[in-house]
Structure formats: structure tokens, C-alpha cells
Design a binder for this molecule. Sequence first.
Ligand code: HEC
Length: 132
Amino acid sequence: MIRRLLPVAFALALSAPTFAGTQADLLSGLVADAAREGTPVAPSAARGESFFKTRRAEWSCASCHTADPRQDGRHAVTGKSIRPMAPSAEPTRLTDRAKTDKWFHRNCRDVVGRPCSLAEQADVVAYLMSLK
Ligand code: HEC
């Protein structure tokens, strides 16, 4: 019986959703990754804010997420509403590293034209966490 159930348990474990942690977990994960890559970072909310609001070729992060990420955003192209980015307004934000990685990847490519560094990501996360 146990033997027959083991593969089932294994398959369930593999298909389980990614573990959701806290924003602090996510930030310390980024810091740990940067240290491992030999580029240690000290996250700065002030740098993160300026990164978030700086307009590049076409857009800034604020183009879709607004200059006050505690507010609902609006997609600059599709007009679709986007829930707030600040965890104080939307507690599920920045709790799932896989999801956050995916969107950093996509949005940084669109806005900055390259992937964001771990330092830039840590600054933005520190900024969003600082908004009360
Ligand atoms: C063209 C519109 C657009 C721009 C510009 C944009 N984003 Fe986003 N972003 C989105 C959408 C759409 C989502 C996913 C929808 C959602 O999660 O509500 C998202 C989600 C995210 C998330 C996921 C947060 C989480 O954990 O739930 C992060 C982080 C993020 N964006 C950061 C950025 C940063 C940093 C920039 C600037 C480099 C940026 N975005 C620019 C549209 C945009």
C-alpha cells in the first residue's frame, strides 16, 4: 500500500505550488544570491525609488505601476488594471520568488532593455517594502 502511494505523494510534491514566503525572505534571497555571485549588495529604498520612477526610452516602471505603488496601476498598452505593487496595499506582492523573478525579467526587458541586476531588484523590493 505504502509503496503504491509513494509515487503519488512524490508527484503531488512536485506539482505543489512554489512556497510563498515573506517580503523579507524574498529580499534576503536576492541579497544572498548577489553575495554568492561575488557582487554583494546593500539594498537602498531611495535608489529603488529613483530606479522605479526613471523614464527610459519609452517607459518607467511607474508607467504601469504609477508613481505611488500603493495605488492600483494601469497597463500602459492594454489599459488593464493592475493591483498595487506595495505589499502594504497588496500583501501577496513579493512573496513568491518565482513570480517576482518572472515579472522582473519581463518588465526590465521592456523598460530598461536588459535584465535588472540583483542589486537593482533588491533596491526596488526595498523601496516597495518601505511604502507604508
Ligand atoms: C507595460 C506595463 C508594465 C511596466 C512598464 C512595468 N510593469 Fe511590472 N508588471 C506589469 C504586469 C502586467 C504585472 C503582472 C500583473 C500583476 O501581478 O498584477 C507586473 C508585475 C510586476 C512584479 C511582480 C510583483 C509580485 O511579486 O507580484 C514586479 C516585481 C514588477 N512588475 C516590477 C516592475 C519593475 C521593476 C518595472 C520597471 C523596470 C516594471 N514592473 C514595469 C506591468 C508592467
